[in-house]
Design a protein around this ligand. Structure first.
Ligand code: SF4
Length: 516
């Protein structure tokens, strides 16, 4: 016993713990095994060399190196404390930007989590110099100013361009749906929203009375703030409802918007389901897969997003993309014409028409499909399989094409023995001839060439890579913030992080290895 006590020294508690814990082989004849002592009752002070917390090639050093090249003075506009003046020093925007970029690169998009990381994570500790940064500061910085953040994104693009990592000759655009911070159950019709708004207003009014002060001042203030924010969201929801109604005039369903995030829209997901989401449009240049434009939208489809994509790329890089490569979701005649007018070479799949399905539905037999009618260009008429003439009755100008409608004589079809096979539901027989505009014809001809097909084959690899990276590696499958502007900022931070990670891989690491 005396020997054992000597072994433990003054640490009697550890000794007692050892004494009460069962020992292997205690009951048998075998020798008792000895293990290292776990001593949790000690206090330690360790020297920390902050510079050595991370290795020379740790990505956090690259992030800091990149941030140090940028002009962040626009982030300083609200900082009042100056050198020689009174007050607590502010956090350097350079540090806060680097912390967020590092956090996103580690798959963290929560301000609270990032604040906790500052206490234990070596990369964050190195950045902050072992200081902790509170979560309010981090949360406020992330959504400080969309314009300033756009400027930060453009500056990083400028640095990458200076190193030859961006080329605007070929840009690939794709949209990805990211879930909103709202559930499907939070969608309400107008009458329910008005009812909830009335209740929220009443709640705020009663909260001001002393009787309702059931807790500390801090708790009361927090409750008042939450009630005010709820009222604002409900007011915004009613505004969004009007906008939604305007956008979906043809819909027979009563419009509904979310109480939690009024700007979110229910969108179809890749798995076939529907969920409140935002459609994030990402334009990626093809040479090094650098994101050159990113925008969060409320559009459920990509049909109307080509113009925005071209505009954003031009605004961010100062150059018009020479070629845009888009999937079938963007290809419609209006977009083909728009690209031609803007001087952009559009590459995308040609939509195939299959009129047979609708003809079959109408009971028309294959012998009387449109290809069995002969067109006479000189007379601008069609001749049906029984030799009767269909003449032009109507001309409709449409998006990117003109539609010509031809009709047989009512008496010809009424007396025709094939009427039940040719026009069983609508007699006399009608025929439609579509003539594409020169721009659409040129697009269709171009997409028949092997060169255009080959370019299109490279689309998925380039365009879907950043989308997948942002979701899988950076963990942005669901937005943490609410509203179009704030989710736009989240998407921008993630894209900025992705670009810097590409720069680390393509430039910073190779240079470091070469210098070693
Ligand atoms: S139904 Fe009219 S259009 Fe059709 S084959 Fe007979 S005559 Fe011609």
């Amino acid at each position: 016993m005396a020997e054992t006590l000597e072994l433990y020294g003054d640490n009697l508690e550890a000794f007692r713990r050892e004494e009460t814990e069962p020992k292997v082989g205690e009951s048998g004849n075998a020798a008792v095994k000895r293990f290292r002592v776990i001593n949790r009752s000690q206090v330690m002070i360790r020297p920390v060399d902050v510079e050595k917390l991370v290795e020379e090639d740790h990505p956090v050093r690259a992030i800091w190196a990149m941030v140090c090249q940028l002009d962040l003075s626009r982030f300083e506009k609200d900082i009042k404390v100056v050198e020689g003046g009174k007050g607590r020093s502010s956090y350097n925007p350079r540090l806060l930007a680097a912390l967020w970029i590092y956090a996103y690169s580690e798959g963290v998009n929560s301000a609270r989590e990032l604040s906790r990381m500052c206490a234990y994570e070596p990369g964050c500790q190195w950045l902050t110099g072992m200081e902790e940064v509170n979560y309010h500061t981090l949360a406020d910085f992330r959504i400080q100013d969309k314009e300033v953040q756009d400027d930060l994104f453009i500056q990083v693009l400028g640095r990458l361009s200076a190193e030859g990592l961006t080329d605007i000759k070929r840009v690939m655009q794709d949209g990805t749906k990211i879930r909103a911070q709202a559930s499907g159950n939070s969608f309400r019709r107008e009458d329910t929203l008005r009812e909830h708004l009335k209740l929220a207003t009443e709640q705020i009014e009663t909260m001001g009375s002393p009787d309702s002060e059931d807790s500390s001042q801090r708790v009361t203030k927090a409750k008042q703030r939450a009630a005010r924010e709820r009222k604002q969201r409900l007011e915004q929801a009613l505004e969004e409802l009007k906008k939604f109604e305007h956008e979906h005039k043809e819909s027979k369903k009563a419009p509904r918007v979310s109480e939690s995030d009024p700007e979110a829209r229910v969108m179809k997901q890749p798995d076939g389901g529907f969920a409140p989401s935002y459609n994030v449009q990402i334009c990626t240049e093809a040479s090094h897969k650098i994101i050159v434009a990113v925008e969060t939208t409320q559009a459920g489809t990509d049909y109307d997003q080509l113009a925005n994509g071209i505009d954003r790329v031009q605004a961010n890089t100062g150059q018009l993309p020479q070629q845009m490569v888009n999937d079938g979701g963007y290809i419609k005649n209006a977009n083909i014409e728009l690209a031609q007018q803007r001087g952009v070479d559009l590459i995308g799949p040609v939509a195939e028409n299959h009129p047979e399905a609708s003809l079959e539905k109408r009971g028309v037999l294959p012998d009387f499909y449109p290809d069995k009618f002969r067109y006479d260009a000189d007379r601008d008429t069609f001749t049906c399989p029984t030799g009767k003439t269909l003449t032009l009755k109507r001309t409709d100008p449409c998006e990117g094409r003109t539609e010509y409608h031809y009709r047989a004589k009512a008496s010809d079809c009424a007396n025709c023995p094939f009427q039940n096979q040719c026009c069983p539901k609508r007699s006399p027989r009608w025929l439609l001839r579509k003539v594409d505009s020169p721009a659409v014809q040129a697009f269709r001809a171009k997409m028949q060439t092997e060169e255009a097909k080959q370019i299109y084959r490279t689309r998925a690899e380039v365009a879907e890579f950043p989308n997948g990276w942002i979701k899988e590696k950076l963990g942005l499958r669901r937005f943490r913030l609410r509203g179009l502007t704030k989710t736009g900022m989240e998407a921008l931070w993630a894209s900025l992080t992705y670009n810097i990670q590409q720069w680390i891989r393509l430039s910073w690491r190779p240079k470091l290895a070469a210098a070693a």
